[in-house]
Design a protein around this ligand. Structure first.
Ligand SMILES: NC(=O)c1ccc[n+]([C@@H]2O[C@H](COP(=O)([O-])OP(=O)(O)OC[C@H]3O[C@@H](n4cnc5c(N)ncnc54)[C@H](O)[C@@H]3O)[C@@H](O)[C@H]2O)c1
Length: 313
């Protein structure tokens, strides 16, 4: 659908490289810039290394490196772009300064997106000339394979550009989550950080090592999470009554507490939101029906995983 063809990628580290590969796989013309020109060699090597996987996933033909251009100035990289994906180091001062430069040299209808993992867009774009066409487009590593993307509007982002960005990301095989408004850490990294922080407490106190903690996720929750997240999983954990029974049984444990993270009070409002939210997610399907779907999926996933896990462990 999208008429967006020319993409500038600013910053060609881990995430910038991942974006370039995804864009090339979707027949875009990519204009790249990094302040460290030495990275170009590694970048091309990484595109070649990852291409067989990308090719298989997206059913592509041969890699066409003619669509990839590397520039030595930001101005040259962004001036013809329909879309800019910024991927420089996570830092407010750096990104704010860079966005004022990018805003100055882009065309009047170019969308500017930052790959930031948790910074607020209104602040990053506070010195950018055209804040109405700016967003955060937060991907997951490796960007060329994982479909997830969180889109976060700033206070001045226009609906028109937000929708255009959403359509664009969909056109390159991504599944978008558009946040209602900006919040630090967005959604996924807030969840990941909670888990991460708790893991650090456990390790710091000597209860387990990183390997055991990784296995605690890999062989249990992780296998389920690729199909359904925490809330729908817990809906099933409540048996026939779903989330309602789950909260009655395990709600009190939030007061122990098991973790170092402060839990919110289970107010009526919160309970209602959890029950109604999971009900909506389950689209009136019975617990049994969703359980069947989950189990079938897990069997398929385990069989498939066998081929890879011997190489990993
Ligand atoms: N690594 C991840 O898993 C991940 C996931 C999602 C989002 N992100 C976000 O992506 C962004 C980049 O992260 P990364 O992991 O690729 O970092 P990285 O350190 O691998 O790469 C950052 C690149 O930015 C370049 N750079 C710094 N200042 C620059 C400037 N003024 N002009 C041009 N280039 C400049 C550096 O030379 C470097 O190549 C960050 O905002 C980060 O939060 C990272």
């Amino acid at each position: 659908m999208s008429q967006i063809k020319n993409i500038a990628v600013i910053g060609t580290g881990v995430i910038g490289t991942g974006w370039i590969i995804r864009f090339l796989a979707h027949n875009k013309i990519v204009y790249a810039f990094d302040r460290d020109i030495k990275l170009k060699k590694n970048l091309v090597a990484e595109i070649k290394r990852s291409w067989p996987y990308v090719k298989k996933l997206f059913n592509k033909k041969n890699l066409n490196l003619k669509n990839f251009k590397y520039f030595t100035s930001i101005e040259d990289a962004v001036k013809h772009a329909d879309f800019v994906q910024e991927c420089v180091t996570e830092n407010y001062t750096l990104k704010t300064k860079l966005m004022s430069i990018i805003g100055k040299y882009t065309k009047s209808n170019t969308i500017i997106s930052s790959s930031s993992s948790g910074l607020l867009p209104t602040r990053i774009y506070s010195k950018c000339k055209n804040p109405e066409r700016t967003i955060i487009g937060h991907p997951f590593n490796p960007v060329y394979l994982l479909p997830g993307i969180e889109i976060i509007p700033g206070k001045k982002t226009s609906k028109k550009f937000l929708n255009k960005a959403k359509k664009f990301y969909k056109s390159i095989s991504m599944n978008t989550i558009v946040l209602k408004h900006e919040l630090p850490g967005y959604l996924s990294d807030r969840l990941q950080e909670a888990l991460w922080r708790e893991g650090l407490h456990i390790i710091n106190e000597g209860h387990a090592n990183t390997k055991d903690l990784d296995r605690a996720i890999e062989d249990g929750p992780g296998l389920r999470w690729s199909l359904m997240g925490t809330f729908l999983t817990f809906h099933l954990a409540g048996g026939k009554l779903g989330m309602k029974h789950m909260l009655e049984q395990f709600g009190p444990a939030l007061k122990f507490p098991w973790t170092k993270l402060k839990a919110p009070k289970l107010s009526k409002k919160l309970i209602n939101r959890l029950i109604e939210g999971t009900k909506k997610q389950s689209k009136n399907k019975s617990i049994k029906k969703i359980s069947n779907l989950r189990d079938r999926y897990l069997v398929d996933l385990l069989l498939m995983r066998k081929r890879y896990e011997k190489k990993l462990r």
